[in-house]
Design a protein around this ligand. Structure first.
Ligand code: DNO
Length: 359
């Protein structure tokens, strides 16, 4: 298991790399360049980012959110041009030592919450929160407005302004699209990019829908073990993997997370993992909890054990943290609670490894 940390780059992330390096056991980043979907990432910019990260004593073997353009998901317009750019980005990243690219195939929205800073009554911290009842009243344009207003001026992954400017047009393009229609476009994309990944030694890792069910009537095809079984079969290759995000898949209590890890881990189809906890508050209603098992509803010990048993070499990162100790950070991506999360996950790992060694 390689412990990493999501970082947004020195222009946009208030957390210095030095602080990340000081978290015990931290090996590297899940980093990104802040580029719109469809763009061929400029090599000089990535090389500069890599140098900065390496100079801080950290690796950058996992890139998160090389976003897939909506034209690829809808099968319209300039999809072949955007796929060509995607392929060129894969080749460039591979040349600079990147091993895994995390992306998603969610129509329009990446992750979605109805409150970015809901106070947790037990301790006065706050975290990301979702209640479908609130969403019903809002509609897509209002949720976008609220999310932007609650982001404290930080750019949020998946909520890039240029993407949202086109929201109404994009929503229309999905009218009438079925899950199978979306899956067909997904296959077209995978058939184009996976052979290149095999050639250059990169694995694509698809992030689940978050929350793990359809929203606003949009087709969604990556929110259960069955969905991902179909996804890996769309183009059967060790380079076609998932980024198993415990909190996204785990937002639906019907998903058995340790079982899903064991299932895809044994198949060698887990390219990376996001590990966090969720507290269920009712039907399609949850908030994000601290990483510690007892503060939420996921068994984080079992999760780490499933990783140890079936995909022990995978990259993981602590995922969304709460805001604690009066930190004013990017929602979900502050320093303190994610650092506590990493320390806890490392502690579980050490106990599992030593426990196994003793039999
Ligand atoms: C949310 C993140 C996602 C993830 C993307 C990958 O906080 O986990 O934005 O990075 O879905 O494309």
């Amino acid at each position: 298991m390689k412990m990493t940390f999501r970082w947004y780059g020195s222009q946009s992330d208030p957390i210095p790399l030095k602080y990340i390096k000081q978290i015990p056991g931290m090996t590297g980043l899940m980093g990104l360049l802040d580029k719109p979907a469809g763009v061929d990432w400029p090599e000089e910019e990535f090389a500069a980012l890599k140098k900065e990260v390496n100079d801080a004593g950290l690796e950058i073997e996992v890139i998160e959110s090389v976003n897939v353009h909506e034209d690829i998901k809808t099968g319209l317009g300039r999809r072949d041009e955007y796929i060509a750019n995607y392929i060129s980005t894969i080749r460039m990243l591979a040349k600079h030592g990147v091993k895994v690219i995390i992306y998603n195939f969610m129509p329009v929205f990446d992750w979605l919450r109805t409150d970015l800073a809901r106070v947790i009554p037990e301790d006065g911290s706050n975290s990301l929160y979702f209640d479908e009842k609130d969403l019903g009243e809002m509609g897509p344009l209002e949720i976008v407005r609220r999310t932007a207003a609650g982001s404290k001026g930080f750019s949020l992954p998946g909520w890039e302004p240029e993407r949202l400017a086109l929201l109404e047009t994009t929503l229309k393009q999905y009218e009438g699209m079925t899950p199978d229609g979306l899956r067909k476009n997904f296959k077209y994309f995978l058939d184009a990019v996976i052979p290149v990944c095999e050639e250059v030694g990169v694995r694509m890792a698809c992030h689940p829908d978050d929350p793990a069910w359809p929203i606003f009537g949009l087709p969604r095809i990556t929110h259960s073990q069955e969905d991902f079984d179909k996804m890996v079969q769309l183009h059967d290759s060790p380079a076609n993997t998932l980024c198993l995000c415990t909190g996204s898949l785990g937002s639906n209590p019907d998903n058995d997370i340790p079982a899903a890890i064991r299932h895809f881990g044994k198949m060698n189809r887990i390219g990376a993992m996001h590990v966090r906890n969720v507290k269920y508050l009712g039907y399609h209603h949850f908030r994000e909890a601290a990483h510690l098992s007892s503060t939420g509803d996921l068994d984080v010990y079992e999760i780490m054990k499933a990783i140890y048993e079936t995909c022990p070499d995978t990259y993981i990162r602590p995922d969304h943290g709460r805001m604690i100790w009066d930190e004013e950070g990017r929602p979900g991506y502050g320093l303190y609670d994610r650092a506590l999360g990493a320390a806890y996950l490392n502690g579980l790992w050490e106990a599992i490894v030593k426990g196994q060694a003793k039999g």
